[in-house]
Design a protein around this ligand. Sequence first.
Ligand SMILES: [Zn+2]
Length: 250
Amino acid sequence: MSLLMMKLLLLFVLIYMIIPYVITRILGIGVAIRGRTGRQIALTFDDGPHPLYTPRLLDLLKRKGIKATFFVLGSKAEQHPELTRRIYMEGHQIGIHNYTHLPNWLMSPRRIREKHVHRTADIVERITGERPTFYRPPWGILNVGDLFTLRKTYRIMLWSVMGRDWGKERKSKPLKERILSQLEPGSIILLHDSGDTWGAVPDAPGRMIASLEEVLEDVRVQGYKCVRADELLENAHGARSELSDGLPVG
Ligand SMILES: [Zn+2]
């Protein structure tokens, strides 16, 4: 590879991947990473629905009277329409997490919009009758084009608290400690109801659900209310515009 080619490649990586990463993941501009309201937090579950774990999670949430947000993969929603309908019927919010778990850095903005985001929105709408309006990219990774092509139609949501619930036996802090130590008003917590994704352990959601029961108890004692992500942002007066206005909607 010539030096010029190398420089062009590095420039592409910088503009297409690194700059949007810094803008969204680190600075939180153009995306929602937390609400700005009273003692409310949002639980979000990615990568499902899963035929074993999602029903168990839904049972727990129902027992605790809690509403959450599920960022589903279109391919899995398509495979499990009854489960997807159950999530919806039980009052939870459904968001989009691509059709399959492919990173946006490896695809063009057009492909992502049409083959992943719109496609998944179509699938969810066909099943539930309601079109999702929230989107979370796999691994929270956006390319520069996504910031212009998706924000017209969808609210892009990342997170402020990462549960790191996908791995093997907890090496460092237990999930409960990890969540509670980072919790603050407006927190958006990232968890997973499927362990089928590359890099995850298949039975990890079982351990997450077991710990979550305790987490929810502590959260309640601390006076926090768990709400859907759309409610969290809605209730944050002015937060929507404050969070969105950093970037033009193209
Ligand atoms: Zn994911």
